[in-house]
Design a protein around this ligand. Sequence first.
Ligand SMILES: [Zn+2]
Length: 290
Amino acid sequence: MLREPGWFFLHPGSCRLYDTRPSSRGMTVGCELFTEGLKTEIAQRPGGHHLLVPDTLAKLVSLQSLDKELVKLEAEAKAQPGWMAARERNYLEAKAVVEQIEAKIREKELLIKQKELDIASREEQMAKIEVQLNAVKTNRDFDTFKHQIEGLRADNSLVEDEVLALMTEVEETRRGMGPEKETLAAAKKEYDEGKAEAQTTFAEMQKKVQNHRSLRDHKAEEIPPEALHLYNKILGARSGSGISSVIDQTCQGCFMEITMHELTLVKKSDSLIQCKFCNRILYLPEDISV
Ligand SMILES: [Zn+2]
């Protein structure tokens, strides 16, 4: 038994100590009632650090709840809000409708251009034949050339009608796409406004995450470095959960049953005990006050 002036352990390795100092009137105190000054004092004495295991466990449990909240906040900050996704969908749909109509217009305009080139080419042919016509010597040649010119003129007349019809169609389509353009403009406005709003929300969320992370890091400083290192290592490997309670002899992290011997070790609180299945540090909820 370790006996020091002022206080001594009730049992070696136990979590309770007998405090004989006048201020405590000889009370027996559990580790949950240790003051910070007493903890420092205990940690410096041989075997004293065992007394602080329940305290470390309580701090790790608090840290874990902060870490869980941090994971949630980070996910929220990362996720695009649902209303923003809906606005983007509306905008893209309206844009696709307008683009489809515009593609049809472009197709028709291209056709018009080709037909106009055909007309020009026939006009060129007619002009050449006119020159030949002026130099013919026989009536037969004259008739042949005349006939060719008439044929070309008739073809052009048909194609000119087609060009006119296409131009009318293009004009009508352009005039008719007013409602689609209005829908697109409204959807775009809503989307742009949403984007600005989402950026503000994102910045606010980032700030919230940052503040929460600072709080977490500050709390982590109170934990003995080896215990924190172990917890952080498990936390990284076990998606945000480094410590787990034991209820009915079962690890609540992986829901595997631990042995009676392991349960005794956890109860003893001499050192940090890990679940042999999931590696999480184990604690008994009734043994710690968070
Ligand atoms: Zn486990």
